[in-house]
Design a protein. Structure first.
Length: 482
């Protein structure tokens, strides 16, 4: 018997079907009656074995969005407060001296009279007038510092400098205060990828079975069964779905045309995977991974994660070499701080000449409540796909890559979700030859079958995608050799 590392699910490899189990207990029947539940079960089953981590962390725990169309959209709400760029000064010299009004030009008119603004160097002023010349917005302001010798540095009024708003202050009997900024959400768009796979099971191979046993919280178990060949194919199928979640590239051109075509000349749609959805500004390149570099990068991501309930528990998908680099960075930090690991604490066990050094870091809690858990992601270790090797270790460069994901939730909605077409999340059907998936062998000429194969075929299809609700709260740390 093979038992997964998560107790609620056990797998039994048997030569024959246990007594009492019938057609109604076959995995395909469970799919027919409860497709969403079974897809989650299988995603969880393979994910606990580090085979399909993304499927487990999305659909496997119920984070799936069902849509009716191939193309789907979602809104990304930006910041309502931001710094606005200066396009040039209105005068030269010591602007603002002796509490004299001074002016400058800006590309946007989001500030109003009575708004208290702050420049890049922290100089504060209050807006007294706003006008528009057809090209730029002209702002007139007075410094709020009462010292008559104070003035604003000329560099703060040059093109490229910025001002932001702190608050609005008014006089007694004023007729209105400062304005409120509203930012229209940015609409993000993606499309589903249609994946498909088939396999054939020979009549002789149809004898080996796999029993899937699920345990509920009260200890009750539910058993389903499938052919061992089917289980092997399903394992490959879910790995391929996971790869699509990370690697696919959106393939509509600016005119909305998909030029990739299938055998029947119809378009083959690819949606954007996680790596394409992550903001390019959130990709950090390293030659040697250090604790401080990780801490700084996570701190940057945590600012954007505030929009997702302040969830600063990031998960990093990485390869075996990435896990080792992470461990080395944390141990180096531990040594810098002079932290000693004792026998009661961890790592070193045993006595005398029988000492054993064990254990490694997989999770670190940084300042400000930010934590990072590294999760081994098998696609990054795949030497078949990742053929560019590190010149020293001779391991895939991809194995050193960290894809940092924020799985925070707001009002029950996860930041990262699997997306699936309704009734097409995981379609499955079979074509019978000499036998059926249930083991029935045709034994007379009156038996009608759809194939002459000495066995049967199974076809699987999924129209799915992945959605990063806020791509700015995720990032990547990528090894750069040069």
């Amino acid at each position: 018997m093979f038992q997964t590392d998560v107790s609620p699910l056990q797998l039994h490899k048997l030569r024959a079907l246990p007594s009492g189990m019938t057609e109604s207990d076959h995995l395909s029947q469970a799919y027919l009656t409860e497709p969403e539940r079974m897809d989650a079960v299988l995603a969880y089953a393979f994910g606990t074995q580090n085979e399909t981590v993304l499927s487990m962390l999305t659909g496997g725990i119920g984070n799936t969005r069902f849509v009716s169309n191939r193309e789907y959209t979602w809104d990304l709400h930006g910041q309502t407060e931001r710094a606005v760029v200066v396009t040039g000064p209105m005068q030269s010299g010591n602007a603002g001296l002796n509490a004299h009004p001074f002016g400058w030009k800006m590309e946007e008119g989001i500030f109003e009279v009575s708004d208290n603004l702050v420049s890049d160097d922290g100089t504060m002023c209050r807006v007294s007038a706003v006008s528009f010349n057809g090209i730029d917005y002209i702002y007139t302001a007075v410094l709020t510092d009462p010292d008559p010798k104070k003035f604003i540095n000329a560099s703060q009024l040059l093109a490229g400098a910025r001002f932001s708003k702190d608050f609005s202050t008014v006089e007694e009997f004023s007729d209105k205060g400062g304005g409120t900024n509203f930012v229209a959400p940015m609409t993000l768009k993606n499309q589903l990828t249609t994946l498909r796979k088939h396999y054939a099971v020979s009549r002789s191979a149809a004898t080996d079975v796999m029993v899937i046993e699920l345990f509920s919280e009260d200890g009750q178990s539910t058993k389903l069964w499938t052919k061992l060949a089917e289980w092997t194919a399903l394992a490959q199928w879910y790995k391929e779905i996971d790869r699509s979640f990370i690697y696919t590239i959106y393939n509509k051109d600016p005119q909305g045309v998909v030029r990739l075509q299938g055998k029947n000349q119809r378009p083959v749609y690819h949606g954007a995977g996680i790596r394409q959805q992550i903001s390019p500004a959130n990709k950090f390149y390293y030659a040697k991974l250090t604790y401080d570099a990780i801490d700084e990068f996570l701190l940057d991501l945590s600012y954007n994660a505030d929009r997702w309930g302040g969830n600063y528990n990031f998960i990093a998908l990485t390869g075996k070499m990435g896990v080792r680099e992470f461990n080395r960075a944390v141990i180096a930090r531990q040594n810098e701080l002079g932290v000693t690991i004792t026998n009661s604490g961890t790592f070193i066990t045993g006595t005398g000449d029988s000492l054993t050094l064990t254990g490694h870091f997989k999770k670190v809690e940084f300042l400000n409540g930010v934590s990072l858990t590294v999760k081994e992601f098998s696609p990054y270790d795949d030497k078949v796909r990742n053929r560019t090797l590190h010149p020293v270790s001779k391991k895939p460069i991809e194995s050193y890559r960290f894809t940092l994901l924020n799985f925070g939730t707001v009002k029950g909605k996860a930041n990262i979700r699997k997306v699936a077409k309704k009734n097409s999340e995981n379609a499955m059907w079979h074509v019978c030859g000499s036998t059926t998936p249930y083991g029935d062998v045709a034994k007379n000429i009156g038996t009608m079958r759809s194939s002459g194969l000495d066995g049967y075929e199974v076809h699987m299809l999924a129209e799915v995608g992945i959605q990063l609700q806020d791509p700015t709260s995720c990032g990547e740390m990528i090894m750069r050799l040069n």
